[in-house]
Design a binder for this molecule. Structure first.
Ligand SMILES: N[C@@H](CCC(=O)N[C@@H](CS)C(=O)NCC(=O)O)C(=O)O
Length: 213
């Protein structure tokens, strides 16, 4: 059964790997599972047909026979749980990798997304300029700790896992902010993720939606 995922027909980054279908594409590429993509417009995402798949009217979704999933973290967990390659076999190592999945989505991503959205939703507010450094500091507090924990290791807990996949993509959201440049070990970590052949296939596939080919 070939799973079908949804992705943006048009996205703000024009297919540069930031839309969250990239997480699903990368995971599927890592485990060697072919997939199909259904592109949706912003209007279609809010229609009842799409909301039946995703209650919040967003992408990505994941359909596999009768199973319908939303939330990129849950989708990645499902893929990692059903295929070899993204979670270790050892029970303790497995739950540690899952812990890093949660850490990426619950602890590191929120301040990054808040910073990312500020220019769109608050730029005309009187407090905007004053608030930006506060948002940056919140991100730096997380990165200080993450950087300390990673040290000079290649991955967060020994072998590459779904936890690294999510953390790398969360950190990529900082591209263009200048913040990552202060954390050479995290920048190297992101570069290692981006160098993986599965990442590159996923990135190319998402980019092709926008460039054609
Ligand atoms: N927590 C969700 C977030 C999903 C999300 O924010 N999707 C974005 C694309 S990356 C979206 O659909 N944005 C359009 C919208 O919210 O209207 C996940 O990880 O899947």
């Amino acid at each position: 059964m070939i799973p079908i995922i949804t992705a943006f027909e048009q996205s703000p980054d024009r297919g540069r790997g930031l839309a969250r279908d990239m997480r699903v594409r990368w995971a599927l590429e890592e485990v060697g599972q072919p997939y199909e993509v259904r592109l949706v417009s912003f209007a279609e995402m809010k229609e009842p047909a799409h909301r039946a798949l995703h209650p919040f009217g967003q992408i990505p979704t994941y359909e596999e026979a009768d199973l319908v999933l939303f939330e990129s973290g849950a989708i990645i967990f499902h893929i990692a749980d059903r295929h070899a390659g993204l979670l270790p076999d050892d029970a303790d190592a497995r739950v540690r990798a899952i812990t890093w999945m949660f850490a990426a989505l619950n602890t590191v991503e929120p301040p990054i997304v808040e910073r990312e959205q500020a220019p769109y939703v608050e730029r005309d507010k009187p407090w905007y300029e004053e608030r930006l450094p506060i948002l940056d500091d919140r991100i730096r507090a997380r990165l200080d700790d993450l950087s300390r924990r990673l040290g000079d290791a290649d991955w967060l807990d020994d072998a590459f896992s779904a936890g690294d996949l999510l953390m790398v993509l969360v950190l990529r959201r900082l591209e263009g902010t200048g913040i990552m440049e202060d954390y050479p070990n995290l920048a190297g970590y992101v570069a290692r993720g981006e160098a993986r052949p599965a990442y590159q296939r996923a990135f190319a596939a998402q980019l092709t939606v926008f460039t054609g080919g």
